[in-house]
Design a protein around this ligand. Sequence first.
Ligand code: BDR
Ligand code: CA
Length: 313
Amino acid sequence: MKRILLDTDPGVDDALAFLLAFASPEIKVEAVTTVDGNVDVEKGTRNARQLLEFLGRDDVPVARGASHPMLRPMGNAESFHGKMGLMDVVLLEPRMKVDKRAAAQLIIDEVNRLGKELTLVAIGPLTNLAAAILTDPTIPEKVGGLVIMGGAFSLTPYGSGNANAVAEFNIWHDPDAAKLVFDSGIPMVCAGLDTTMHPDYRMNKAMYAEMVVKKGKRSELIKGLCGVLVERYNGFSLHDPMAMAYVADPTMFKTEKYKVEVETTGTHTIGMTVVDRRRYHREENLKANHEVIVEVDAPRFHKMISDRVGKGG
Ligand code: BDR
Ligand code: CA
């Protein structure tokens, strides 16, 4: 059983990752923290609580996190996820309270409570994790690990960048926080655009149609989240669900070890995640704590998404 803290900026694909996490017998969600990203943190915190209440899990603590990136303002992704972040979904106003602690404090408390038992799963910008590590620099050695959706590593022909030509949104939105986290020594696994935008691993129209064929609340939610986007983009890239699927079953994925550098000063490349594949960087890569997903067992991944996101596990 993987005990996780989910750090998120919900977000259409974040919402699918919620559905997957709570339908996965291998995963126990201990806490949720929210961060500025796809939408502002107020909207994101509302969305997180609405999703938990939809899932009947208002017992999971939710703490509000950073309202802006560490050093510089960056844009949101409302043009993709809709004004409120969950596209066309309408859910009841949440009734559950927001935890009194700041997200970074909840992260520190959960790491101290669960230690190596805890895996951090970050599917938004890394601002809260950076704040937690700055406050308690022993987090990287105390925690079980960190799985993120983030980065574009040029390790496959796909997904070179979505926020700019070479950067993925979560890293781009707070490159300074991302650099701090990548440099902190925390053991990381990254689901980046290389695999989430690979055509073989995306949700195609047929898969979507099958997921919403059965009538019910869950289908309506998925239709409200993804219906328009599936049409607009001829399918849907399963960014955040892929990170969660890795947590549930890492045997479906092939990873490679690289030292990842985050570009924080480039004029055209801010937020780029750089890996060095030159032969003489082998040793440096092998010593690094960063694993990047480079291949996915597509049939097993898609079956997990259909069975668990679509039908509820
Ligand atoms: C990532 O950015 C966000 O828009 C998505 O929720 C996902 O976490 C993809 O680049
Ligand atoms: Ca996200």
